[in-house]
Design a protein around this ligand. Structure first.
Ligand SMILES: [Fe+2]
Ligand SMILES: [Fe+2]
Length: 258
């Protein structure tokens, strides 16, 4: 159960529940079939399978992002994590783009980016800290890396990115999404913390790592400078590497460039 009242999520029609047990999945499907929603959904919603979102490891292996995302978060055994997984799927996390016209501006882009950041954070952490010290922050790496951009999904029943329809009536190919003008311009990192803490408690370090992931010395520079923790630095650089190097864009969080 969420710790607070949460906005009613819209049904995103992806057909799976991340983190759901088989029993929960059966119950969900039975409810869907019982109220007639399923037929309507199948008629109206384009079929899309989050299992098609993959990323490639440095050794050339291709992996399914949704599996990594779910398993790494469940492995933390953080109280409320299953409910959070279900909720963020219901509000459209799995199909959300990562940007409007920048890196991974495509369906499933946010999921792919989040997993890229997690895998990078794991590599950086293991390489720099060594196995023993990394183990101490392993759960925090998963939580902070996989949830750092959660706010990009939107809130209050409104997606952060909506189709960027040109005057011609066609969706722009160069910048297929734009920021939803109906959603407040709260920095997405702040929204990430808000959404995550509807269901799970974050540690102080995780909260700061999420808040300053887009730039350690951005709007919190004087609060943070000289007090950086390994988790904060790892998440920031893992995000930079994913967005700038692997995904060929930027992720600086500024409204005009997202
Ligand atoms: Fe971000
Ligand atoms: Fe990011």
């Amino acid at each position: 159960m969420p710790k607070k009242t949460v906005p009613t999520p819209k049904d995103t029609g992806t057909g799976t529940i991340v983190g759901a047990t088989p029993e929960e999945l059966k119950q969900f499907e039975a409810e869907e079939a019982g109220n007639g929603k399923k037929e309507t959904k199948e008629e109206k919603v384009e079929k899309w399978d989050p299992q098609t979102v993959t990323t490639t490891l440095s050794n050339g292996t291709t992996i399914k992002c949704v599996d990594v995302f779910r398993d790494a978060l469940l492995d933390t055994k953080r109280e409320g994590i299953k409910d959070l997984l279900q909720y963020i799927q219901e509000i459209g996390f799995l199909e959300a783009p990562c940007s409007g016209g920048n890196h991974l501006c495509k369906k499933g882009g946010l999921l792919e980016h989040s997993v890229n950041v997690f895998l990078n954070a794991e590599r950086i952490g293991l390489a720099l800290l060594g196995e023993k010290a990394y183990e101490e922050i392993r759960d925090s790496i998963a939580i902070a890396a996989l949830l750092h951009d959660l706010g990009k999904v939107g809130d209050y029943g409104k997606q952060m990115y909506v189709d960027n329809v040109l005057k011609s009536g066609k969706v722009s190919e160069a910048k297929p999404f734009k920021r939803n003008p109906d959603l407040s311009a709260v920095p997405h990192a702040i929204r990430s913390v808000k959404l995550a803490t509807l269901f799970v408690d974050l540690t102080e370090d995780e909260e700061w790592a999420i808040l300053c992931h887009d730039g350690l010395y951005d709007y919190m520079k004087y609060d943070l400078k000289g007090k950086e923790t390994p988790l904060q630095m790892i998440i920031h650089w893992a995000d930079m590497w994913a967005s700038h190097v692997q995904e060929g864009g930027s992720d600086d969080g500024k409204a005009g460039e997202e």
